[in-house]
Ligand binder design. Structure first.
Ligand code: NAD
Ligand code: TYD
Length: 352
């Protein structure tokens, strides 16, 4: 029987990859994409699937209780994959309340709306919440985050995501709602808004602008290709255990400065520049407040139970990503015009 699946935040970076995958693979299902289209949401990301007969876009705000309740009542969704969020740590340091509203209040609105229409009849229903490894806090030089690692969020962003995870879990415990949660490491790939490290550096290298590395560039992140995250969400949604949490990561740790240098070398080759030219753009700037030192994910549960594996190496994924940005400069021009300029000015002018 055809299912109705609501994907929130589907016009954003990861959400657009999830929507594309579900629309193309699950042609018997009706896929609804609910997105407010904030600065991070862009319908250009979904041009290739927008006219598919099993796809519907709905513009709306997850914090709007009435609107969300009506939407659920009208469409009677069977499943929810919730990705809509404010997602950038630096913005959360400047405007924490935006993160409370969308990430916490928005998530509880969705949970209430799902609870309302499902009304205790949970057969075949699922609320899947997409979260981050940042809820676990930071690591020192050793160790990795497990599903059992205690929550210890440090930034307003990770605190808001941790809070939303707790609400999702509480709706399972209290009301018996079938839920799943996944906590993923840093993603990279196409359609990534150039405020996050990798797309920002790609954009600045292309434009020969300074490459702002926070602090000494010693912080470590564990990078996963976005299409591999979408594949993990697919397998967890369809085959994961109800009530379980799954960690998702690429087993691919990089110090920021090493990653930026690697990207510079790759792009020098792609752009026909002299070796070492782009590295000269590296500029060390004031560190992020409360900057988490290291994240690393242990995804052996997901690999062992559900047979998921990353499909590309970091070298392959990064090359695909750079090629996409070089071929899609119009996309970059659109998203970096207007408000992006003032964002960049505010965020980076007082850093150097
Ligand atoms: P993003 O910022 O690129 O996209 C977020 C999307 O949510 C945008 O399309 C935006 O318009 C939409 N949105 C924001 N507020 C909304 C609201 N009030 N109502 C409806 N829509 C709204 O984010 P992303 O990087 O694609 O992340 C998606 C999810 O995955 C988030 O929940 C994030 O916490 C999680 N996550 C991200 C990463 C990462 O590396 N980017 C890693 C792990 C988990
Ligand atoms: P980011 O992409 O913002 O992801 P997160 O903070 O969620 O991990 O940042 C990745 C790392 O890169 C993080 O350690 C901060 C650092 N960083 C810079 O050094 N310069 C930048 O301009 C940005 C955006 C991030």
């Amino acid at each position: 029987m055809a299912r109705k699946i609501l994907i929130t935040g589907g016009a954003g970076f990861i959400g657009s990859h999830v929507v594309r995958r579900f629309v193309k693979l699950y042609t018997n299902d009706q896929i609804f994409n609910l997105d407010k289209l904030t600065y991070a949401g862009n319908l250009e990301n979904l041009r290739d699937v927008e006219s598919s007969s099993n796809y519907t876009f709905v513009k709306g705000d997850i914090t709007d209780t009435e609107f969300i309740r009506n939407l659920f009542e009208t469409h009677q969704f069977d499943g929810v994959i919730h990705l809509a969020a404010e997602s950038h740590v630096d913005r959360s340091i400047h405007s924490p309340m935006d993160f409370v509203m969308t990430n916490v209040v928005g998530t509880v609105n969705l949970l209430n709306a799902a609870k309302g229409i499902w009304n205790g009849n949970y057969d075949g229903k699922l609320f899947y919440h997409v979260s981050t490894d940042e809820v676990y806090g930071q690591l020192g030089d050793e160790g990795k985050f497990l599903e059992t690692t205690p929550y210890d969020p440090n930034s307003p962003y990770s605190a808001s995501k941790a809070s939303s995870d707790h609400f999702v879990r509480a709706y399972q415990h209290t009301y018996g709602m079938p839920v799943k949660i996944s906590n993923c490491s840093n993603n990279y790939g196409s359609h990534h808004f150039p405020e996050k490290l990798i797309p920002l550096m790609i954009n600045n290298i292309m434009q020969k602008k300074p490459l702002p590395v926070y602090g000494k560039g010693e912080n470590v992140r564990d990078w996963l290709f976005v299409e591999d995250h979408a594949a993990a969400i697919d397998v967890i949604f369809h085959q994961g255990k109800i009530g379980d949490t799954y960690n998702i990561g690429g087993n691919n740790e990089w110090k920021n400065i090493d990653l930026v240098k690697f990207l510079c070398r790759l792009m020098d080759t792609k752009l026909g520049r002299a070796e070492g030219e782009s590295e000269q753009l590296i500029t060390y700037v004031t560190d992020r407040a409360g900057h988490d030192f290291r994240y690393a994910i242990d995804s052996s549960k997901l690999m062992g139970e559900l047979n998921w594996m990353p499909s590309v190496t970091f070298e392959q994924g990064l090359e695909k990503t750079v090629d996409w940005y070089l071929a899609n400069q119009e996309w970059l021009n659109h998203v970096t015009s207007g408000a992006y300029q003032s964002y960049y000015q505010n965020m980076y002018s007082n850093r150097s």
